[in-house]
Design a protein around this ligand. Structure first.
Ligand code: TYD
Length: 206
């Protein structure tokens, strides 16, 4: 069977990607089922037992910025080796809630880690591997922060300022501009029906 495809969901916290993920997975699964393939849904940081332990650390434990970036890529290496690469080799499709664009956006854009350091880690961990498609949920930081609300205790990223999320968003958009063939940008200020219509178009292109 031909190699599967790798799709990632990205966006600042509160931009709404989680709302659409399960629905998107179901739509995709329906489309690929006749070919005998399945859709593997996973997330970063995480996706493996070790990766989930790393997730718990980076979301809650204060740490040096470079340690944070290294842990993101360590979790990613494990994720690629144990989940993503085997699934794609089997012919299955993989849908990941975040991937390397998040490291460039959060640790690079948000926190200011120089891009060349992240590019070095990216080359080491992934070679030239990139998602076939990245759906970027885009929303102004003040609206995203209202949507995040006070529903639960915020983690180390969710508690960041609007200025942090403004830089994070800018880096996401810069990366989308740099690789337009791989990005689909969803305007998250729209209602759920308009967003679903856009996602259906995106699926049709696959
Ligand atoms: P998120 O994906 O928003 O999950 P949840 O909906 O459960 O909060 O949380 C993951 C957080 O990790 C998010 O704030 C972004 C951050 N993150 C990075 O800073 N760098 C990365 O490389 C990745 C994958 C995530």
């Amino acid at each position: 069977m031909a190699r599967g495809r790798f799709i990632t969901f990205e966006g600042i916290d509160g931009a709404g990607k989680t709302t659409h993920l399960a629905w998107f997975r179901d739509q995709l699964a329906e489309k690929v089922a006749p070919t005998g393939r399945t859709v593997v849904m996973t997330r970063e940081p995480g996706g493996t037992p070790l990766g989930e332990s790393i997730r718990d650390l980076v979301l809650h434990q204060p740490m040096d910025l470079e340690t944070e970036a290294l842990l993101m890529f360590a979790a990613r290496r494990e994720h690629l080796a144990k989940v993503i690469e085997p699934a794609l080799a089997r012919g299955d499709w993989v849908l990941s809630d975040r991937f390397s664009d998040a490291t460039f956006a959060y640790q690079g854009g948000g926190r200011g880690l120089p891009r060349d350091k992240l590019e070095t880690l990216e080359r080491w961990v992934q070679g030239g591997f990139q998602p076939d498609l990245t759906v970027l949920f885009d929303l102004p930081p003040d609206t995203a922060s209202e949507r995040r609300g006070a529903a639960r205790e915020p983690d180390r990223f969710e508690s960041e300022s609007d200025a942090f999320f403004k830089r994070t968003r800018t880096e996401y958009l810069r990366r989308a501009e740099e690789a337009p063939y791989r990005f689909a940008i969803v305007d998250s200020s729209q209602g759920i029906d308009a967003i679903r219509a856009k996602l259906e178009q995106v699926i049709a292109t696959l």
